[in-house]
Design a protein around this ligand. Structure first.
Ligand code: SF4
Length: 437
């Protein structure tokens, strides 16, 4: 094959636009490397540089502004054998700069081609993140107030392992692109282009400056201090070393439920009390009896302090609504959780069962209350109150019986945690035999 250029797609750029030279140089580079179109993906940005993928007979992906590296990353990880070339303008470099920095840090084998023409050409010549401060643009004085970004220095600093800056008509550009493509790691190749349609009108010096290489010294090559393992190689190696994922737990229906209608349980505790673990045990127990279940959690972002509330709905029928306004059972195990749901106590049903820890105050209530001093009466610590309260529940309420509870423990817990939970359950059971409620 003599060319990868798409003969049905003329170069539609403005007369004198340097982007056209880069299109030709990229084609020469791909031909030198003897790459066929189905071995290459060109991922483009928005803007004049975003037309790039249409000029070639290769795979192509045209996405959101500033985001080509996100698509390119997924592509390269999924299909490491492909040559993935992302093309961005200076506009996209500003809009999606965080992705550029992440790619430099990561060192996945993608080639980023930056077509830097120092302005947003397609949308009217507004200033971009690389516009020099003295330039005239359609954004008025705005570029005078901001320091322009040097993409190559940024890439070097952020960890790119190959960085180069070229002019579009340089003979070396095609060779530079070839070198960047052959480099096994993330490469950033910036081409300083002149936008004749917009930028050069207000900045005629741009053409001369470009020729004289005045403002940015050109360079290219491997950044030795950033040379390291390619991300995809490292990812695949480490992923292969990970233990196999545990298979999905099938819940066998071996128990019998004693409820024939929806039952809502609210666990009110504090951070560190394993309220969510207790909620999950209850869910597994209910599923083991063939019930439908839902669970919702509420805790502050400060996970080691504050309330921890878990709401579980169990029902023989499909659960259409997962909220709880008037629970059938409340497990009040810490003041933080009670405070969080204080309003629930005002509207609670008269037949609601409240199981409360002795040191937890609750609002006055006409409900049936079982109070237990977990520490004094059963030697159960603060963090084990969730499991202990479920053990109490299994002795006094039809939503959970001893067999269901045991199934829930075995489905959710393992080894030492399971042993401790069984000890806790045994202590509660003994206490109940001595103190029937
Ligand atoms: S507007 Fe500028 S960048 Fe766009 S095609 Fe015209 S000269 Fe090229």
């Amino acid at each position: 094959m003599k060319t990868l250029l798409n003969d049905r797609r003329p170069l539609v750029y403005c007369p004198g636009c340097d982007h056209a030279n880069v299109v030709q140089a990229l084609n020469r580079a791909l031909m030198q490397l003897k790459l066929s179109g189905n071995q290459v993906v060109i991922v483009t940005d928005i803007g004049c540089s975003g037309l790039f993928d249409t000029f070639y007979n290769t795979h192509a992906l045209h996405g959101l502004h500033g985001r080509p590296l996100t698509y390119a990353t997924g592509l390269k990880l999924a299909r490491p054998e492909l040559t993935v070339i992302a093309v961005m303008g200076d506009g996209g470099m500003g809009i999606g700069g965080a992705h550029v920095i992440a790619s430099c840090r990561r060192n996945l084998d993608i080639n980023l081609l930056v077509l830097n023409n120092f302005n947003y050409g397609m949308t009217g010549g507004q200033c971009s993140v690389s516009t020099p401060q003295q330039a005239i643009t359609s954004s008025g004085f705005l570029n005078q107030l901001e320091q322009p970004l040097d993409f190559c220095k940024l890439a070097e600093t952020a960890g790119a392992s190959w960085v180069g800056r070229f002019l579009p008509e340089e003979k070396e550009l095609a060779a530079g692109i070839s070198e960047a493509v052959c480099h096994h790691g993330f490469s950033v190749l910036e081409v300083e282009n002149v936008c004749t349609g917009r930028y050069a009108r207000g900045n005629p010096r741009a053409l001369r400056e470009k020729k004289e290489h005045e403002h940015n010294p050109l360079f290219s090559g491997v950044v030795s201090r950033n040379e390291r393992l390619e991300y995809g190689d490292g990812y695949r190696r480490l992923a292969a070393e990970q233990p196999a994922e545990e298979p999905f737990t099938e819940i066998a229906v071996e128990q019998t439920a004693a409820i024939d209608d929806r039952c809502e349980i609210m666990l009110l505790g504090a951070a560190g009390q394993r309220m969510n673990t207790a909620g999950e045990i209850l869910c597994f127990a209910a599923m083991a009896a063939g019930l439908q279940v839902t669970r919702k959690s509420d805790y502050p972002i400060t996970v080691l302090r504050g309330h921890s509330v878990c709401e579980v709905v169990c029902s023989p029928q499909p659960i259409r609504y997962t909220g709880i306004a008037r629970p059938d059972v409340i497990l009040a195990l810490a003041p933080e959780g009670v405070e969080r749901k204080r309003s629930v106590f005002e509207s609670v049903k008269s037949d609601c069962l409240i199981i409360k820890a002795a040191d937890v105050e609750i609002p006055p209530s006409q409900c049936r209350i079982i109070e237990i001093d977990f520490q004094q009466q059963c030697g159960i610590t603060f963090i084990n109150r969730g499991v202990a309260a479920l053990a109490v529940l299994s002795c006094v309420h039809p939503v959970l019986n001893a067999n269901m509870f045991r199934s829930g423990l075995f489905y959710r817990l393992k080894s030492r945690q399971l042993e401790m939970a069984l000890v806790t359950a045994g202590r509660i059971s003994s206490w109940f035999k001595e103190n029937p409620q």
